[in-house]
Structure formats: C-alpha cells, structure tokens
Design a protein. Structure first.
Length: 565
C-alpha cells in the first residue's frame, strides 16, 4: 500500500497528497483549543440557548469534574440516551475528558435492544433528557436494575418546546443541573483537576458505537480517541484543500442525530475543531430546514432521505439558496435523480462520499472539481487506503475495473467489535476491514458501490444488485422513495421486488407500467418481478431507509405459504 503512488493521486485537489500522517489526539481536546482560538464565537444555537466556544469549554469542564467526583475514570462506560440537545455535547466532551467511554443508545431503540446494549457494554450510568418519553423509559431501566445511576437533563432549560415531556416521579435520579453543581467545590480551585487525575491516551476507547447487521443484536464497534480524531483530521485536510468548510466562517445545520457516527464526527467534531456555528435541531423537518437556509445557513449536511424530502416540498426550487456555500450527503447512496434536481434548484452539486461506523466514519469523497463523478462514492480521503478484493478470496486484490468487496485500511478503522472475537476476525483480511460493500475502482481511482454483499440477488445465475435497480426506478417521475430486495422465485431462484412510495397526487403505478419505464434502463434479468406500493417505507433509528423489515415480512410470508400448502 503505497499511498504516495495511489491510483487516485491524480484526482486529488491541487497541493494535497493522499500520503499524509494522521496523528490523532484526545477527542475532547478540540473544545480546549476552540475556546482559545474562537472563544467568543457562537458554537451552538439550540432554541433559545446560545453557547460560545468559551461557554462550551466551561460546561465541559464542569461536567468532567462532576463525572470524576461520581467515581468515573478511565474505562468507565457511560451510556447516552439522547437526541440532539446541548446535553449531548456537554456530556460527551465531559465524559471523555474524565476518561470514560461513551456508549451511544438510540432514542428509537426497542427495550430489548436497550437492554442488550447496556449489558453488552457494561454501562451502568445513563444520561438522558425529558424529550418525549425518554426520561420515563430511562427511569424504567433504573427500576429494573439495569443501571445504577440516572442523570436527566431538563429539556425546558433551553426554552419552550412541544417536544418536552415528563420527568420521572420520585427521587431515584439526578437532574443534570444538580449533578454538575454537586461536585466538590475545591475542584474549582485547581487549574485543571480533570487532566491531573485522568491522563487520557489516544489509544483509550472513546466510543462504543453500535451498528446493526441483517440479523441478530447490534454489535459495538470499538472506536478509540485515535480512530475518531484521525477521521476528523482526514476530513479537515480534504475540506481545507477543497474549500468546502471555511474555518471560523460557517453556520451549519445540525439536524442529523448525534448518536450516529456521521453527525458526531463528520459534522459536530469538525464544527468544533473548525470554529463553526452549529444551528441544532432535535428533529428534521424539510420546511424548517429550508427556512434555516433562507435565514443564513451556509452548510447543510444531510442524508438521502432528507434531500428526497426537501425535493418533495412544493416550490422548493423557488426558495432562496444564496447563503448556501456547501451541501453534502452521506450515510447511504444518493439517488442520481435527486442530486440532479437539487443542482437545478440550488446551483450546488450535491457531492457525496462513503464511510462506515467502523471507519469513524471517514472513507471516501467526491472532489468538488468532479461533479461528473456523482454516482460514484469518490476517492479515498487523505491517509486512507481502499482496494477491491475477490469475493471468494479476500486476500486477493482485484485489478481496476473488476467487481469485488471493498477493503479499507487507516488509523480511523476500528480494531474490532466488543465481545465478538469471531466476528472481528472474520471482518478483517490482512489488516484491512472487509466492508461488505460490493463495487469496483475505475481507471481514475474512483470507487463505485453496486450493492451490499448481503443484499445481492442471485437470479438465474446472474448477480443482480438492488441498488442499481433502485437508481433506475428513482428516475420515474412519480416515485418518491424505493427499496428493492430479493424474493424467492420458482424459476430464477431469486428475483427482485420493488417497494415504492409514490409522490403525493401521483397516479397508481402497476408492475407492467414500471417495467415498461425501466426497459432500456435495466437488463431483463434485473427487471422487478413484483411491485408493492406503500404509504411509507421502513427506516432505521437514524432515518435511513431500511430493508430489514421488508426482508422479515417476505420471510414470514414464505413461511406462511409453506405451512398452508
């Protein structure tokens, strides 16, 4: 792996080399440094609350002292059951500065999944807030003996909101305000008591980020301070040379959930390190997002479902996008047709990239000079190597143009999954992470993903990739969202089935009409054998379209049919 002569070197921004040394640092250090460089600049705006970078550092230090006073130190696992709120930022940085490991829970996790993550991680402290029913749910965890300590941030502290829910009854919890104010007063007289008591090493485990598979319970990707910070370094080097994020100048819409690695690293941590102002919302609303853009936002990082929703807002193409400097998409492949519509409306190429929870999530990106490469995932970011290996032999590297499994190397890549040595061993080949994504590298070093390894359909002896079918169906003017999975087929073994959500007011769509539209776009072996129109498609806890529920429904349907026969 010679990064200096990587196949994608010629496609790099002028002045930037793929071969860089990513050093890393304790993650919370970004707040200390931002407070020095941009102390008076607004760091985060959330409802009625505004925190400068100096404020954020003061709140981080208060939280760190409180965690230390509560017995938290190196190796302690603290779970967050938090949506987007100031409590997330303060608790995250405070816990890391105290030496703890953060465990992200999702507000949309089922009770079984919450129980699994707590037991698997060993976290016995939970920080939450009374948005919706979160505080009540967390109190239930405490009542069942699943955790020892519960800290609840009072949502009303940031101004009135329809999202504010009830606080738990009784006194078997601490409010966040009382928790941070009850640490020993003498700590205030020490210049930095946290650092003196807890020397955080960059190889320490900073985050347990749970990621789901197609089966079984989520597994915890172990991300160190080095993993996360080198991902930030790689992103920042790229944006410094592409001009996509100008240090100390941007107003960034933070609506992606912070319990997801994309928002945490690629948005929040980069904003803090770069002195950007984060305009934070707990939930995504396309109308609100458009209003914020017209009010002066300069950067909007989203996921494809958000951009699809924006394109569905009546008159979106007539809104004022003059303040918008850059918009990006991540987390899942962006439909080419959606990118085209946004380019027409905003004047911006919606360039995307690729990454994984396991890569913290730095991976690849499309250079701003190559909008012609929309539809690819771009080229590897600085300090990161990606190659393509054979599906039947992950140690055999394939030449450019051949399709196989993407494999990634870099200091940002996890060392493995918590408590899962066998899955960890199976996930790596010669030190590189096998991503499960099937794709190829072209002659310029750009990578294209054709599908997920586990989603591939074997139809009549041919490999059929649902993502390709989805891209073509998205070109139909009446289609708003689509998912394609493989279903049993008596003749071909497997065939593609499309689940479609139509645009409001669209005429009914039949399978015959869809296949007529797709003629010339897909091969005969790729044509959907079934179509189901739905009012809504299933999503993951972070808002991405999800095939898991559809696969489970189809499996249950097959089993029922088998039993009936």
């Amino acid at each position: 792996m010679d990064l200096a002569s990587a196949p994608w070197k010629a496609s790099y921004p002028p002045g930037l080399s793929p071969a860089v040394e990513l050093e890393g640092w304790p993650v919370h250090q970004v707040v200390d440094e931002a407070a020095v460089q941009w102390g008076g600049r607004e760091a985060v705006i959330f409802r009625d609350a505004v925190l400068t970078f100096a404020d954020l550092k003061a709140e981080m230090d208060r939280a760190a002292r409180a965690f230390r006073a509560a017995g938290v130190g190196r190796g302690t696992r603290i779970a967050f059951l938090l949506p987007n709120t100031v409590y997330h930022l303060v608790s995250f940085f405070g816990a890391l500065k105290a030496g703890a490991t953060v465990v992200h829970l999702s507000p949309l996790d089922s009770e079984r999944v919450l129980e699994h993550k707590l037991a698997d991680s060993g976290a016995r402290i939970v920080v939450t807030t009374n948005i919706g029913e979160l505080a009540i749910r967390a109190a239930g965890l405490k009542a069942r003996g699943l955790i020892d300590r519960l800290i609840v941030g009072e949502d009303q502290a940031f101004g009135p909101s329809a999202l504010t829910g009830p606080m738990p009854e009784g006194n078997d919890f601490s409010t966040f305000a009382v928790f941070v104010e009850s640490s020993p007063e003498q700590a205030e007289s020490v210049s930095d008591p946290v650092e003196s008591k807890s020397e955080v090493d960059i190889e320490d485990l900073a985050l347990l980020q749970y990621t789901g598979g197609t089966t079984g319970m989520p597994k915890g990707a172990m991300l160190t301070h080095r993993n996360i910070s080198t991902a930030v370094e790689s992103y920042d080097l790229w944006s410094d040379f592409t001009g996509t994020m100008r240090r100390g100048q941007e107003r960034v819409l933070l609506v992606l959930p912070l319990f997801h690695i994309y928002a945490l690293t690629a948005v929040m941590l980069r904003c803090v390190r770069g002195g950007q102002t984060m305009v934070m919302h707990t939930r995504f609303d396309p109308e609100v997002a458009l209003d914020e853009i017209e009010a002066g936002l300069t950067i909007f990082p989203g996921v494809p479902t958000m951009w699809i929703a924006i394109c569905s807002v009546p008159g979106f193409e007539k809104r004022d996008y003059s303040s918008l400097h850059f918009c990006g998409s991540g987390g899942a492949p962006l439909p080419v047709e959606t990118a085209r519509k946004l380019k027409t409306a905003t004047g911006h190429d919606l360039l995307g990239g690729w990454g994984m929870t396991e890569t913290s999530p730095a991976g690849t990106n499309i250079p701003t000079t190559r909008p012609d490469k929309v539809g690819t995932i771009g080229i590897p970011l600085p300090g990161i190597w990606v190659d393509v290996v054979a599906l039947d032999d992950p140690a055999r590297v394939l030449p450019q143009g051949e399709t196989g499994e993407l494999r990634i190397f870099g200091p940002n890549v996890t060392k493995g999954y918590l408590n899962r040595p066998e899955e960890t061993a199976a996930a790596f080949s010669e030190g590189g992470l096998l991503t499960g994504d099937i794709g190829f590298m072209d002659e310029e070093g750009f990578f294209t993903i054709v599908d997920r390894k586990k989603d591939m359909i074997l139809s009549g002896g041919y490999n059929v990739y649902p993502q390709l079918i989805e891209q073509m169906i998205y070109e139909h003017p009446d289609v708003e969202e689509v998912l394609v999975i493989g279903i049993a087929d008596a003749y071909r073994g497997e065939a593609a089935k499309a689940f479609v959500k139509l645009r409001k007011g669209a005429a009914p769509l039949t399978l015959e009409a869809l296949c007529a539209f797709l003629k010339g776009r897909l091969g005969r072996h790729e044509m959907p054998a079934a179509l189901e129109i739905r009012d809504a498609l299933p999503r993951t806890p972070v808002g991405k379209l999800s095939k898991l529920e559809l696969k489970q429904e189809e499996a249950a349907r097959r089993e029922s049919a088998r039993a009936a026969s």
